[in-house]
Design a protein around this ligand. Structure first.
Ligand SMILES: Cc1cc2nc3c(=O)[nH]c(=O)nc-3n(C[C@H](O)[C@H](O)[C@H](O)COP(=O)(O)O)c2cc1C
Length: 245
């Protein structure tokens, strides 16, 4: 296996960081590597807010559900889907711009995820660790206000970056056969493959917690799909100009 594939397969989220700063030069290089990600029609529909002010870091940690590593990591980034810059540019160039299309929301969200994952991989290649923070969507309006996000820009997720102070095991993924389908969508084998994965995850949780966490993948999914998760998101996005037309 080549070193890039090895690196990708060794990913694990880091939630405990050393009290050591990432040099500015390296930090900017990670962001540049992020920018090299493919981007729909070259629109580059994202902005990255590097949150430096300690007060804002504390506020974001709280707004994300009390996730301390948001305040404690070396660098905290908020990745925003940004349809403002590109649509404003097209308008200045003379276009009669249409905003608020569902497709624009998809384009901006996908672009944002791609740039972030490039930053993540670049960071890991430099010996850094990271954790995505979807928790910022618990309170997206407050986060937007804090970061002064204008219309047509919304916070998709945050990312903690820093030097790891823990070495968690790599978390297993679903069997390839359950996510890679030949020619057509087939799900006949899913119950069997998911059961196999549940056993894998149960072993993983038991080993990681000295036998105290007796759960599996399917059990862990239950709360995600039995409550309306972040039901404010639709109105929030509409309010931000992502009207889903
Ligand atoms: C978009 C996104 C949002 C996430 N939000 C959080 C979060 O708010 N807090 C957290 O501790 N982990 C968060 N994670 C990390 C996931 O829990 C983690 O990636 C997943 O459990 C797989 O584990 P691994 O990254 O160690 O392989 C998030 C991951 C993604 C991709």
């Amino acid at each position: 296996m080549n070193p890039t594939i090895e690196l990708l397969k060794s990913h694990r989220s880091i939630r405990k960081f050393q009290n050591r700063r990432i040099p500015r030069e390296l930090f900017e290089e990670l962001i540049r590597a992020g920018q090299s990600a493919a981007t729909s029609s070259h629109v580059q529909a994202y902005s990255i807010i590097h949150v430096v002010d300690p007060k804002n870091r504390e506020a974001l940690a709280e707004l994300s559900g009390g996730q301390r590593y948001v305040a404690e990591c070396s660098n905290f980034l908020v990745f925003c889907a940004d349809m403002k810059r590109a649509t404003d540019a097209a308008e200045r160039a003379g276009a009669d711009v249409v905003r608020g299309m569902t497709e624009q929301l998809l384009v901006a969200s996908i672009d944002t995820a791609l740039v972030a994952q490039n930053v993540a991989t670049a960071a890991e290649s430099a010996g850094l660790g990271l954790c995505y923070i979807g928790g910022i969507r618990n309170n997206p309006a407050e986060v937007s206000e804090l970061l002064r996000l204008p219309e047509h820009v919304y916070p998709v997720f945050g990312m903690c970056l820093g030097y790891p102070d823990q070495a968690p095991e790599v978390k297993p993924r679903l069997p390839l056969a359950s996510i890679l389908k030949e020619d057509y969508y087939q799900s006949e084998r899913d119950p069997e493959l998911v059961a196999e994965f549940d056993t894998t995850m149960n072993t993983y949780y038991q080993a990681r917690t000295g036998g105290t966490k007796d759960t599996n993948w399917s059990q862990q999914l239950k709360p995600l799909f039995t409550s309306k998760l972040r039901p404010h998101m639709r109105d929030f996005l509409r309010g931000k100009g992502f009207e889903m037309k």
